[in-house]
Design a binder for this molecule. Structure first.
Ligand code: ADP
Ligand code: ADP
Length: 229
């Protein structure tokens, strides 16, 4: 098996009389250590795919695997453990605790982890050693997103799932955040998945999965992904 595998995964939502397929027989794989971008227009089903992989949403049909385990077969207790120990999440709007410092925000995450990395180490890794004692409101958007990446990394997860991590940032800051995610992937061998509606961001990925109308519309493998300049 591949590190990540979706095998004919379906997810339906009932909207009044209509049943819509947010995921319609989705199949793809991602290898360990890859920097993968999932791209598609708004409403295509990207978040649905990421939430199912992250154990936040169940699927109605098909199977989902991560690192040899079938995530789609987990019970509630196993899912809680999986979300807590195995998956790091990065969101568009950072989700930092406002009355805690950058360092405390990261420490909060590694308290609940099994084999956490030191908070100082991951904050250094994202270039924020000089900002550890600042509160989120004292940080720029790009810096807040880097704190949230440090927080996700401090859990020492098997995979990093990022839902529109640059969506709230200007173009230049967004590129810096992507460069950081790409470097994290290269330097630590951690598997990183980024979802975006911006097709300009796909050149840097090892693998690009195009999603449209709940389906995989195509997969590209870049032999020479361009580093973010
Ligand atoms: P994307 O992340 O690509 O913008 P989503 O995965 O959020 O797309 O949504 C895919 C489809 O599923 C959309 O049509 C959306 O309206 C629908 N959808 C997502 N979540 C729900 C929900 N909780 N209830 C009903 N429909 C939903
Ligand atoms: P970025 O390019 O990361 O978005 P900005 O240009 O917004 O950065 O901010 C530049 C610097 O100003 C950053 O180092 C940031 O920490 C600081 N800064 C931004 N907003 C605030 C604030 N509300 N209080 C204190 N410092 C701030």
């Amino acid at each position: 098996r591949h590190f990540v595998e979706f095998d004919n995964v379906c997810k339906y939502y009932q909207m009044g009389e209509n049943r819509i397929a947010a995921a319609d027989h989705v199949s793809f794989f991602i290898d360990k250590g890859e920097f993968c971008v999932i791209v598609g227009p708004s409403g295509a089903g990207k978040t649905t795919v990421l939430n199912m992989l992250g154990g936040m949403d169940g699927c109605d049909e098909g199977r989902i695997y991560l690192d040899g385990q079938e995530v789609s077969a987990y019970n509630q207790k196993q899912l809680t453990r999986y979300r807590r120990y195995d998956v790091g999440f990065v969101f568009q709007f950072y989700n930092l605790v406002q009355n805690l410092t950058a360092l405390e925000n990261v420490e909060l995450a590694n308290e609940i982890s099994k084999e956490p990395l030191p908070a100082e180490q991951t904050l250094r890794q994202v270039g924020l050693e000089h900002r550890m004692d600042n509160f989120p409101a004292q940080l720029s958007g790009g810096e807040q997103q880097r704190v949230s990446i440090a927080r996700a990394l401090a859990k020492n997860p098997k995979i990093l799932l990022c839902d529109e991590p640059t969506g709230a940032l200007d173009y230049k800051t967004g590129k810096q955040v992507l460069a950081l995610l790409q470097n994290t992937c290269r330097q630590t061998g951690r598997t990183v998945i980024v979802i975006t509606h911006n097709s300009a961001l796909t050149a840097m990925a090892d693998r690009v999965i195009h999603i449209r109308n709940g389906q995989v519309a195509g997969v590209e493998v870049n032999e020479n992904p361009t580093p973010v300049e």
